[in-house]
Design a protein around this ligand. Structure first.
Ligand code: BGC
Length: 745
């Protein structure tokens, strides 16, 4: 059994200030792993649990192993065992639904804070915000009396077309794990279990219920598993969700290798595996191979594989009592750790829709916005010079807390971009709003949602001439135009992938028409996934990217546009010039049919673009600021290391512009002398640092030499090869500003 070998560092932020030249301050920031408070999964209750199990009937035990409503399992009241109350999801706590359908109950006490979707969170590159997010949803889950939160969703972005790209974090395994760990800890600090999903290799929606994913072992370990591993070994995740798809021939919810060998034997996972909704396909096989709870979409709950069929299998000797007890024990262990059991006290009570949570949602949104282009310095908008502003586009007023298939949030607050500008602009500025385009759909096509078939609409991509004319008029008659375009959560949605990267609803023509009449136009894309914005990049001087950005998204965006907040978001994935440049598409290995081999192997995301020398439209890690930063003095504490050492990488960042701002220092490594295939470079460290205008910050990133390892399939272990490694500091994956070399003995 291999234990996690990563060393945990104590939080240590050394700040020392001293004056240099006039007005110049130098601050030193030693960047270590911040210590976020989480929860352990204690085994101290195990004996008590064994005695309790001895009192249970077969029916009572089985009742705990499957859903008896859409989001609960059965209680055993006579023994003081409560039901498990489960809630979606990644954007915050979902509203209450009927017990046997997806219809909302329409209650008036199930409102929650709508948090920015996953892609927005990871665009902050700020682990403190991931922790605040996790903690916030943990508190809200408790306030709604939930035990398990189906979050975070951390599948790797393999294709830009993925329907859930907006919900997931990133294409990069390092950024993924660094955001996942604090997120999970934040949730679990509140006596709520995180359910990290969707384990694993669920990187597309197309055919998700049948596709058999083939990934070579090294790629699996290096790209698709690190964040799950870190969730288990570093954050002690209490539960994981088994995905819909198959992996190497077996469904994830009955996959002995993934559930027993990797998760339990190697990572020493002591928590529970909950199936995705209707992702189970067998009784005995599922249970034996590691699944603990079967959840599902509406149908008679007794018919679930782990319901009556399990009772029958036990009675006919197809499965032993010992096997059933093992799973019940895991669930009871989780319940004791969450302080759910009768007689346990001091469980966190939580709080919901508080100003503190809205503030966290605001902070995340504010740091997630990515400035892509600002050639005329139109941004930040100078309110004293502006008398009128045209606000154009359906996305100026579109709300995204609900919409599409899958988990959203019913919230009392969702500030739209238009409202954000109205809130922040002085009243003297006239806002001329024009909708510009309509979100319109024609015929529908069928797609699977769990075992339910749903209809997905196809877009109408023509503009309404009258709306176009209104938009052009508004733009003509205003000093500045801000176009809010992109997509929304009806269009980017679970259960299907997008068919291409085109902007829907005729938006491209609208953008062109507005740009033609007002050169002072800011184009703001609101979307969760890459789109083909080649033409827009070409034609517009000013381009901003925002996300499905939570309750305070509109205020945060307005603050960025007005310069109250200096943008500091960085792309968490590569924006390709064309779809065929992306690895899954270049290798023609998307979406597959019944089987799908990930032919690009380890070269996912920027690893592919950089290794194959393909120019992206915007690279991974990219994002501008209203100020400028200069890096200098890159050095390491020693020239050579052994694999157990910590490499101290230090450098200085000077803010050479006129506004305070945050820079994201990104540390990439290149293995110059590898005996195996390696990507041209890999992210192995990052730090977001506030640098005041005119000041310099000295930063030290601690890089464990172990991070330089690759997964050696024959040894079934991680290997750090001796030799030279380049350490590069960049502002993005394509803007490396300094490099140095170290050697590993
Ligand atoms: C999704 C999960 C979600 C579950 C329950 C499934 O369709 O894949 O992410 O948690 O439904 O709503």
């Amino acid at each position: 059994m291999k234990k996690n070998s990563l060393i945990t560092f104590t939080a240590l932020i050394v700040l020392s200030f001293f004056s240099c030249k006039e007005n110049e301050t130098i601050t030193s920031v030693e960047v270590t792993e911040p210590e976020y408070e989480g929860a352990e999964l204690s085994l101290e209750f195990d004996q008590k649990i064994d005695s309790l199990i001895a009192l249970m009937t077969l029916e009572e035990k089985v009742g705990m192993l499957h859903g008896n409503t859409l989001f609960t399992t059965a209680a055993v009241e006579r023994l003081g065992i409560p039901k498990l109350q489960i809630a979606d999801g990644p954007l915050g706590i979902r509203e209450e639904l009927e017990i046997n359908s997806w219809t909302p109950l329409g209650l008036d006490d199930d409102f929650a804070t709508y948090y920015p979707a996953g892609a927005g969170l990871s665009a902050t590159w700020n682990t403190d915000l991931a922790y605040a997010f996790g903690n916030g949803v943990g508190e809200e889950a408790r306030a709604r009396n939930k035990d398990i939160l189906l979050s975070p969703a951390i599948n790797i972005i393999r294709t830009p077309l993925g329907g859930r790209t907006y919900e997931y974090f990133t294409e990069d395994p390092f950024l993924n794990k660094k955001m996942t760990v604090p997120f999970v800890k934040g949730i679990q600090k509140n006596n709520v279990a995180a359910c990290v999903k969707h384990y694993a290799a669920n990187n597309q929606e197309t055919n998700r219920n049948i596709v058999d994913v083939q990934i070579d072992e090294r790629t699996l370990r290096e790209i698709y598993l690190p964040a799950y591993k870190a969730a288990v070994t570093e954050a002690n995740a209490y539960s994981l969700m088994g995905a819909y798809n198959k992996f190497r021939g077996d469904y994830l919810c009955e996959n002995d290798y993934m559930l027993n060998t990797v998760l339990r034997d190697e990572w020493d996972f002591k928590g529970i595996i909950v199936s995705d909704w209707a992702a189970v396909h067998s009784t005995v096989k599922s249970l034996k191979n590691g699944l603990d709870i079967e959840m599902g979409t509406p149908k008679p709950f007794d018919e679930f594989y782990l319901a009556q069929p399990l009772i029958d299998s036990a009675k006919t000797g197809k499965i032993s009592d010992t096997e059933i007890d093992k799973h019940v024990k895991r669930i009871l262990r989780l319940m004791y750790n969450l302080k759910m059991m009768e007689g346990q006290t001091n469980r966190v009570k939580g709080s919901i829709s508080t100003e503190a949570h809205f503030k966290d949602a605001y902070n995340i949104a504010a740091e997630s916005v990515v400035l892509l282009k600002n050639e005329q310095n139109l941004l930040p908008l100078q309110t004293n010079n502006i008398k009128s502003i045209a606000v154009i586009g359906d996305n100026a007023t579109k709300k995204n807390s609900l919409g599409g298939f899958g988990a959203g949030v019913k919230t009392k607050r969702e500030v739209t971009p238009l409202e954000g500008l109205q809130n922040r602009f002085p009243e003297s500025v006239k806002i001329n709003y024009a909708q510009g385009y309509l979100e319109r759909y024609s015929k529908t096509f069928e797609t699977q949602f769990g075992d339910v078939t749903v209809n997905k609409p196809e877009t109408i991509d023509e503009l309404d001439p009258k709306l176009l004319e209104e938009a052009v008029e508004a733009a003509k008659n205003s000093d500045v135009a801000v176009l809010f375009v992109g997509s929304n959560r009806d269009y980017e949605s679970e259960a299907s992938d997008r068919k291409d990267l085109e902007l829907p609803f005729g938006q491209e023509a609208l953008i062109e028409a507005v740009l033609a009449v007002n050169p002072n136009t800011v184009v703001v894309m609101i979307a969760g996934a890459p789109f083909d914005i080649n033409e827009i990049k070409e034609q517009a001087s000013t381009l901003v990217w925002s996300w499905f950005n939570g309750s305070e998204g509109g205020n945060a965006l307005a603050d960025v546009l007005l310069g109250n907040v200096n943008p500091s978001g960085r792309l968490p994935w590569t924006m390709p010039k064309k779809l065929e440049d992306s690895p899954a598409h270049a290798t023609n290995s998307f979406p597959g049919n019944e089987t799908l081999t990930y032919d690009e192997g380890i070269l996912v995301g920027y690893r592919w673009f950089d290794t194959k020398n393909i120019e992206p439209l915007y690279p991974f890690g990219y994002g501008l600021s209203y100020t400028t930063f200069e890096f200098s003095n890159l050095k390491t504490d020693k020239p050579s290391y052994t694999e157990n050492d910590m490499i101290q990488v230090s450098f200085s960042i000077k803010n050479t512009g006129n506004m305070d701002g945050k820079e994201v220092a990104q540390l990439y490594i290149t293995d110059s002398e590898s005996s195996v295939e390696k990507a041209a470079q890999e992210l192995k460290g990052f730090k977001k640092v506030m640098v005041k205008s005119g000041s310099t910050v000295n930063v030290t990133i601690l890089l464990p030499a172990k991070e330089l390892a690759y997964y050696d399939v024959s040894k079934k272990d991680w290997v750090v090869e001796p030799g030279a490694y380049k350490l590069k500091i960049g502002k993005s994956s394509r803007d490396i500003v300094a490099e140095t070399t170290v050697s590993i003995e």
